[in-house]
Each structure stands twice: as C-alpha cells, then as structure tokens.
Write a protein that binds this ligand. Structure first.
Ligand SMILES: C[S@@+](CC[C@H](N)C(=O)[O-])C[C@H]1O[C@@H](n2cnc3c(N)ncnc32)[C@H](O)[C@@H]1O
Length: 341
C-alpha cells in the first residue's frame, strides 16, 4: 500500500534514504540531533543504531519528545536534553555525527558549528559528520526565529511573525505566502551578510579549508559538511555527490514549493469568499430584522399590493413561511429567523 505523506514534506525523515547511508559510510555509532519536533527522526535514528548493535543518541529540543523506554532498541542509550541550542550543547560530549535542524538563523547555526568544533577538540582536530536541514529556500539566505527574544538583540534582524515569503521576493508578502502561522518569525529581507543558514555555513567553512559542504536541494535543502581529513571522507562524498547541486532536484524543489504556494493562495481565496458570504448574510439578516418592525411593514403594505401566497416574486424561497402583516401583506424568506453563517 502507498504510504500517506503530508501535503508539504519538511522533515529530515523524508530524506532518510539520502543521509542514513552517509552515517553508515562514516561508521557512526553516536549521533546528536538538534531540533526534534515530533520525534520522527529521533525514532528513526534510534532504530538505525539499534539495527547496528546499539549506540548513543542525544536529542536537543526544548520540547523533545524522546522515545518511550519500552520502544528504545536494546543497546541504544538515549539522552533527552530539553533545552535550547547552542547553550545546551556546551556541556555535551562529541558524537560521530550531528543533525542540525533547530532554530534556522545565522546566529544560532554559526554558534552551533563553533560549539561542535570546540567539543571535538578545536580546528586542528577532526570535525564530525554534520548534516543540516534548511540550507535552501526559504531559510538558506533568510533568518527564521522561533523565539527572537532569546537571542542577543544584535543577532536578530527586523522580522515578522505575520507575513509570508515567496521565492524571488526579497521582502515579505503581507497578504499570504509561505509563513510560520505564528510559530516562527522570518526576517523582513532576504540576502545580505549574516542572514540565513547557508550563509552561516559558508562563512564558517571559508576559514576552514579542510571542510566541504555538499547541498542537496530537496525538502528545503540538505547540507552535508565533510572533513576531508576523515578516513571516511571519500566514501561519504561519493555517496552524496550524485544528488548534490543537481539542477534536476532544484527544479523539482522549485516546482513543489510553487505548487504548495498555489494551494495556500487558493485556501486564502476560499477563506476570503467565505468571510464575504458571512458579511452578506449578516447584512441581509439586519435588513430582514428592520423589515419586521411594525412601521416598516406598514409602509411596505401601503405602497405594495399583497403578494400571492407562495412567496416573494423577487426570488426568495417560495417554500419559506411568510410573515403576515396587519394589513395583509407578506414578507417571504427567512420566516423571521436571522440568517447565520
Ligand atoms: C523544523 S523542526 C525539526 C524537525 C525535525 N528535525 C525533523 O526533521 O522532523 C525545528 C524544531 O527545533 C526546535 N527548536 C527551535 N529552536 C531551537 C533551539 N534553539 N534549540 C533546539 N531546538 C530548537 C523547535 O521547537 C522545533 O521542534
């Protein structure tokens, strides 16, 4: 049977066939995940480590769901850190691989990469395998903030929780677009220095020639940072190379984003039509209510002949009960009940 997928793929789990083999090729036995959300990747990693005889898994997210003890494969040690990165990383131990998918902005990602480097001994020592999401549109060149008040003010760009973004639009779309529904904010402007996840990685790598970045442009972009000095570097690079910087995958990603935005636009149109329908019904109800007042009915009765039983000749529902006035006129339609949405 075909697996049901959400309308918008967004999880690293949706790209598991791309990156799990990289963990295998790098001989990974311990992983730290930053940004867990539903825990789908936590469970995936726990299962993956379990199939390989066990290992160590750390999950960092203020709301990390973890994995229930009775579902944890034997041999897998799970450490759930319900706290914010990068601060939460400071007291951790190094792990063979890291998955960065928490707060998608220049400041946090830069700090995370620096913290990982420090935990692994500094720039002279081997850097672990680092995978990250959101290196393509929309966060590659535009900061997102889950909670800007937690960050140093100088690290936060002018932003909005309300407006959306669109490919090709450097500013924001105040009437729609792709947005966080109040869950996260986006910078008002795309591009420029110190803005976005990809900018943070590129800048970090610029002074570290031993590190290389491969970008797969799917599901908002998978970034893979490989230390060329690692014994597994060639094997991992060889696995990801066929997918990296692929114009075909870029086209597919642009196409799915465009289609999703059209769905959002259609939903906005339907919502606007519904709001208008409710407003029209409210106005109608007010008119009917006024028409029921004795003086108006009297006035109508004075200028109109009685309508025949069966309804309003102007098109109101003939089946609806009519209101008989003292003068014998009929107001057909709602039968006196106010219309509601
Ligand atoms: C995009 S979701 C993660 C999705 C998940 N990695 C997956 O692929 O299914 C981002 C998560 O990061 C969490 N988050 C936000 N800021 C964070 C921070 N500073 N440190 C750790 N997690 C953070 C959010 O609460 C949210 O659960």
């Amino acid at each position: 049977m075909t697996e049901r997928v959400p309308l918008l793929l967004h999880s690293l789990a949706d790209m598991r066939e791309l990156w799990l083999p990289l963990l295998g090729a790098a001989g990974v036995r311990s992983v730290t995940e930053v940004g867990a959300e539903t825990g789908v990747v936590t469970r995936l990693l726990a299962g993956w480590l379990g199939e390989r005889g066990g290992g160590r898994l750390v999950t960092v997210d203020p709301g990390a769901p973890g994995v229930p003890a009775d579902e944890l494969p034997s041999g897998v040690e799970l450490d759930v850190v319900r706290d914010y990165s990068p601060e939460a990383l400071r007291d951790l131990d190094g792990t063979d691989a890291w998955l960065l998918d928490g707060d998608h902005n220049y400041h946090v990602v830069t700090q995370e990469l620096s913290e990982i480097e420090r935990l692994h001994g500094g720039p002279e020592d081997l850097f672990p395998l680092v995978l990250m999401n959101d290196v393509a549109w929309p966060s590659g060149r535009r900061d997102q903030y889950y909670d800007p008040s937690r960050l140093p003010p100088e690290a936060v760009r002018p932003h909005t929780f309300a407006a959306g973004v669109r490919p090709g639009l450097a500013g924001v779309d105040t009437r729609g677009g792709f947005h966080g529904k109040g869950e996260f904010a986006v910078a008002l402007e795309e591009g420029g220095p110190r803005n976005g996840v990809l900018t943070a990685v590129e800048e970090f790598l610029a002074t570290r020639p031993h590190l290389e970045l491969s970008v797969v442009t799917s599901v908002f972009g998978l970034g893979v940072v490989i230390d060329g000095r690692q014994p597994w570097a060639a094997g991992v690079t060889g696995l990801i190379a066929p997918f990296a910087a692929s114009p075909f995958l870029e086209r597919l990603e642009a196409n799915r984003v465009e289609l999703y935005l059209r769905v959002l636009d259609l939903q906005d149109t339907v919502a606007a039509v519904e709001r208008e329908r409710i407003a029209v019904h409210a106005r109608l109800a007010a008119v009917r209510s006024a028409a029921r007042s004795e003086s108006l009915l009297a006035a109508i009765g004075a200028v109109q002949p009685p309508w025949p039983d069966g309804g309003d000749p102007d098109g109101a529902d003939p089946a609806a009960p009519a209101v008989r006035t003292e003068r014998g006129s009929h107001i057909a339609g709602s039968g006196g009940a106010a219309l509601t949405a």
